[in-house]
Design a protein around this ligand. Structure first.
Ligand code: VGL
Ligand code: ZN
Length: 237
């Protein structure tokens, strides 16, 4: 692959990548690595960082709270880049169909306005972030696209890429990623900022395999272009 002097790919080769390739040392050789640039066409989707999905909650994800500092770093990067952020929350009526009493598979959790439905207190919630409630009617909706006009609204705003992380890898993160792909978005799953419920111990791994097989890319913080380089407008930080 031929890069120009600044390590940038020629435009015609760059699509569908928005980022820049950097050379990384890999033992005895160098490898080219994509760095994703965050811009206003890129949406961060923070999935269900709620008390009920963290240790001590009603449907605790083991070490679910461990992803919060990393999620916060992504949030910070998006704020700095002026890029959009959505925080989703599971937001069930007290007799939701997914609860055991109604024949579903879960104990009651994330009941509207309850303490357990609150975002975890350590989650960074920037002023511009949009909060999207899901599964707030009778039916189950693991994906925030389900039963909403969100995809259309995002397209109208020019959103092309989704970065999706949070809780839980094997349910809401997975379904949001798969719906996003189905709806034609370029979708990146945040490997370092997602954690699974693992009702069966392999669930998260299977979920990841399915997401990747269907076209999702997995990234970590190191795959983002460093903040000072994210801006393409000279002089603008
Ligand atoms: C979720 C189980 C039940 C999730 C929601 O957010 O992944 N998991 N409801
Ligand atoms: Zn739920």
């Amino acid at each position: 692959m031929r890069l120009n002097r600044r390590g940038l790919l020629p435009d015609r080769l760059k699509e569908p990548f928005r980022g820049r390739f950097i050379r990384c040392h890999h033992g005895s050789h160098f490898e080219l690595k994509l760095q994703l640039s965050i811009d206003r066409h890129t949406l961060l989707v923070v999935v269900d960082i709620q008390k009920d999905f963290c240790p001590g909650g009603a449907v605790p994800v083991q070490e679910g709270d461990k992803v919060i500092p990393i999620i916060n770093e992504y949030v910070q990067r998006f704020v700095e880049a002026g890029a959009p952020i959505v925080l989703t929350r599971d937001w069930h009526p007290p007799d939701h169909s997914s609860f055991k009493a109604q024949g579903g598979s879960w104990p009651p959790h994330c009941i509207q306005n309850s303490d357990g439905a609150k975002f975890h207190p350590h989650l960074l919630i920037p002023p511009g972030a949009e909060i999207v409630s899901k599964a707030d009617k009778k039916d189950e909706a693991y994906s925030f696209f389900k039963g909403t006009d969100l995809a259309e609204r995002l397209r109208q705003r020019g959103i092309k890429r989704l970065l999706v992380g949070g809780l839980a890898t094997d349910y809401c993160v997975k379904e949001t990623v798969l719906d996003g792909l189905r709806l034609g978005f370029e979708v990146y799953q945040l490997e370092d900022a997602s954690q699974g419920v693992n009702v069966n111990p392999v669930d998260s791994e299977l979920a990841v395999r399915e997401m990747v097989a269907k076209g999702a890319r997995r990234i970590t913080l190191g795959d983002l272009q460093p903040p000072e380089e994210s801006s393409s407008q000279p002089g603008k930080k």
